[in-house]
Ligand binder design. Structure first.
Ligand code: PAF
Length: 284
């Protein structure tokens, strides 16, 4: 039988648990989430469990990373279901703080990560990465894990977090977990729940077109040509808008030249489909 997962809601309780494990010589793996868990999150828990003695997960729908017209209120929340899934996947503790616990009255500090958080989602979602960077810095300080796992599905987020951990000397190893996909290749995401049946069919084309873009780049086609072809193909596939589909340098997410690639590349895309915004990426 799987034991019930202990839940703590304050930083003080979290630190007391962590202290106990540290005193017993155990290493801590941490998986921050916003809940609405799916197989992608559970794969991150398993990855953390493989590489540490105890896994702590957090569920916190972080208001500061949502724009004023985004889905903060509508974001799916089901703590009972999430807790059962976490226990089954090998998590040892859930940290589920309130907004007041994370942002007590009077808090005014924001973490901003220049350069890597500026293009792509940084442009499409102003303020988003400052919200992510601030909450992740806080969570890492609160939990003080040996390693923390984040999904490659949010590739720009992962690179922003790598940058901030390095720049702020936070003593934690950041591990990227591979994207988990449905049978048609659609990257699993909590926001896929918003898709209608018809939209779900169209959504399956996003990964196909990213893969084709990557193959064309690897075959020597010019970046500019591939980006233009892929953007037009996404629109003809039925997506309502393309926020971006771009080939970028994997570490810095800097723009590549317009011609053929000459080194590592990551193709990142964000599209709109009905009321849903989908992101995905692939690299070589
Ligand atoms: O990827 C997410 O779920 C969130 O952006 C994170 C990293 C938990 C910060 O709120």
């Amino acid at each position: 039988m799987i034991e019930e997962l202990p839940i703590v809601r304050t930083v003080r309780e979290l630190r007391a648990r962590i202290r106990g494990w540290r005193q017993a010589g155990r290493t801590i793996g941490f998986v921050p989430t916003m809940g609405a868990l799916h197989e992608g999150h559970l794969s991150l828990i398993r990855l953390a469990a493989d590489r540490s003695d105890v896994v702590v997960a957090s569920i916190f729908v972080n208001p500061t990373q949502f724009g004023p017209h985004e889905d903060y209120e509508a974001y799916p929340r089901d703590e009972a279901r999430d807790t059962a899934l976490l226990a089954e996947a090998g998590c040892g503790l859930l940290f589920a703080p309130t907004v007041g616990e994370m942002y007590p009255e009077g808090a005014t500090t924001t973490v901003t990560v220049a350069a890597v958080s500026e293009p792509l989602d940084g442009q499409a979602r102003p303020g988003h990465f400052a919200g992510v960077a601030t909450v992740v810095t806080k969570l890492l300080n609160q939990c003080a894990p040996d390693l923390a796992v984040f999904g490659e599905k949010d590739f720009q987020q992962l690179q922003v977090i790598r940058r901030l951990v390095q720049d702020l000397d936070i003593p934690v190893e950041i591990v990227g977990g591979p994207t988990v996909r449905a049978a048609d290749g659609l990257a699993l995401s909590s926001r896929n729940a918003y898709l209608s049946a018809d939209e779900r069919v169209v959504a399956g084309q996003l990964n196909v077109l990213i893969r084709m873009s990557l193959d064309r780049l690897l075959a020597g086609e010019a970046v500019q040509t591939v980006e233009a072809w892929a953007t037009a193909s996404l629109l003809s596939a039925g997506f309502n808008a393309v926020d971006y589909l771009e080939a970028r340098a994997p570490d810095t997410l800097a723009r590549l030249g317009p011609g053929p690639i000459s080194g590592p590349v990551r193709v990142l895309a964000a599209v709109r489909l009905g009321r849903t915004r989908l992101i995905d990426n692939m690299g070589a």
